[in-house]
Design a protein around this ligand. Structure first.
Ligand code: CMC
Length: 439
């Protein structure tokens, strides 16, 4: 246990094993914000019982100083700063520094950090060849996962994760190279030449440039769209111990190569219950087709046997509203206005679904509200980004969160290999039977 946790352990919980005279007192730890946490580490030793928490809904897996969510109040803080303030006043590179280093940078620190990240935007030329191994119709998340994992092959033998300077360089490399690989995954899928990064552009501008520019024509940056992209990156940069971050931490806890750990995070993010939801929202809207079909769709969602979910709704932690969704909705209106899109059937449908869902008992009782993915897909589509790239974009943003959490894990003296236990419900011990004697 770290000293912070030790100092905070003032109260305790006593657990008694029914039918025995055995009990144990567990320290109750308190963080800066949020509910107290019972430290169950000695429970098994004292009472011989494990805890059972599939999906980890009631389990704190680590101590962290990076991100805080209050799901009931709809609050999201990066290093203590409200997401609304960061989305309005900061930019992605500054937020990346904040997440990694814990404080907002001074002007000099920010300039140095920006330079360090841009110094690493190119990938080893040999890495280009990895793309040729994929089918043209491969999902870009599959390509991203494979190629980011392949970075481990370029930076493995000489990487010592116990050296802070080497961890810092790995962080720069990941934050800088993932957009390049992501944009190339897209270019590969449409058969266009790869665009090399431009270090004179901002992070968001450069990413849009690598996605949209072609060598045959001059590229014109649209500041409103790059601002919107920057905001999307800020909103997705970190989100506490979600599935992909926990995957990165679990992989990292073994001492694995950081590039491989981030590839594991990308794999976890891809699922439709997680980062894949932004793509799923658009598919859902396309399937519903028109506003008139929404009531029938909502009926289907409420029917347990249909297994249909309202994608972009609900969250494990937010039970009031997702503050990212509110900012995303405003950004959506700004982007559509900038692009001169007066009538967006998709946005109309999304707003109508939100209206119906927010007044329907099924959603009210279950505290299901639009999450960050509900509006992000509509913005991205309006910006000309194809649906299958949505989750890739999420991965570009979340890379900084994953790297910050990986770094925090490695630097935590209390860290040890992640290794959950189970309730075994399989067969009891039995003897092997030869094949000719089995009935
Ligand atoms: N549509 C319809 N019903 C839902 C939905 C939904 N989107 N989400 C939850 N429910 C119901 C669920 O069926 C359950 O009902 P009941 O109590 O009758 O069995 C109840 O609400 C509680 O849901 P849960 O499955 O226990 O909630 P969870 O915390 O395990 O799941 C979730 C959270 C985000 C996976 C889920 O809400 C979901 O699948 N949402 C749709 C996918 C989505 O938008 N994901 C993006 C999440 S935000 C970005 C990110 O994290 O990457």
């Amino acid at each position: 246990m770290s000293s912070t946790a030790k100092e905070a352990a003032k109260a305790s919980v006593t657990v008694t094993l029914d039918g025995t005279n055995r009990s144990t007192t567990l320290p109750l730890l308190t963080g800066t914000l949020g509910p107290a946490v019972a430290d169950i580490r000695k429970l098994y030793g004292d009472l011989g019982v494990f805890t059972f928490d599939p999906g980890y809904g009631a389990t704190a897996s680590c101590e962290s100083k990076i991100t805080y969510i209050d799901g009931d109040a709809g609050i999201l803080l990066y290093r203590g700063y409200p997401i609304e303030q960061l989305a309005e006043k900061s930019d992605f590179i500054e937020v990346a520094y904040l997440l990694l280093e814990g404080e907002l940078p001074t002007g000099t620190q920010l300039a140095d950090f920006r330079k360090n990240v841009t110094n690493h935007t190119m990938v080893h030329e040999q890495l280009r060849r990895f793309f040729d191994g994929f089918r043209r119709d491969a999902h870009p998340m599959a390509i991203l996962c494979g190629v980011v994992g392949a970075l481990a092959a370029f930076y493995h033998d000489n990487l010592d994760i116990n050296d802070p300077r080497q961890r810092e360089i790995a962080a720069f490399r990941l934050i800088a190279k993932v957009p390049t690989i992501a944009a190339w995954a897209y270019k590969y899928s449409i058969g266009q030449p790869f665009m090399y990064p431009r270090n004179d552009l901002s992070y968001a501008e450069n990413f849009l440039y690598m996605l949209n520019a072609v060598p045959a024509e001059p590229y014109v940056n649209n500041p409103i769209l790059s601002r919107a992209m920057d905001r999307i990156l800020v909103l997705h940069a970190d989100h506490e111990q979600n599935a992909s971050t926990s995957t990165v931490r679990l992989a990292g806890s073994t001492g694995a190569n950081p590039f491989a750990c981030i590839a594991a995070g990308i794999a976890a993010l891809w699922g439709p219950a997680h980062g894949g939801a932004n793509e799923a929202v658009l598919k859902m809207l396309a399937e519903i087709g028109t506003k008139e079909n929404i009531p029938q769709f909502i009926k289907e969602v409420k029917d347990k046997n249909s297994h249909t979910k309202l994608m972009g709704f609900g969250h494990r932690v937010y039970k009031n509203f997702d503050p990212r969704a509110t900012i995303m909705k405003d950004t959506c209106h700004e982007v559509l206005a900038e692009l001169g899109i007066k009538d967006s059937p998709l946005l109309d449908m999304a707003m109508e679904m939100e209206r119906i869902a927010l007044t329907d008992d099924y959603f009210i009782q279950r505290k299901l509200y639009p999450n960050v993915d509900f509006y992000s897909g509509i913005i991205l589509k309006a910006m000309g980004i194809p649906t299958h790239m949505f989750t890739v974009l999420f991965a570009v943003a979340r890379t900084v969160g994953w790297v910050s959490q990986w770094k925090e894990l490695i630097e935590d003296p209390a860290q040890r290999i992640g290794r959950p236990r189970q309730i075994y419900r399989g067969a009891g011990t039995r003897d092997y039977v030869a094949v000719d004697r089995r009935s």
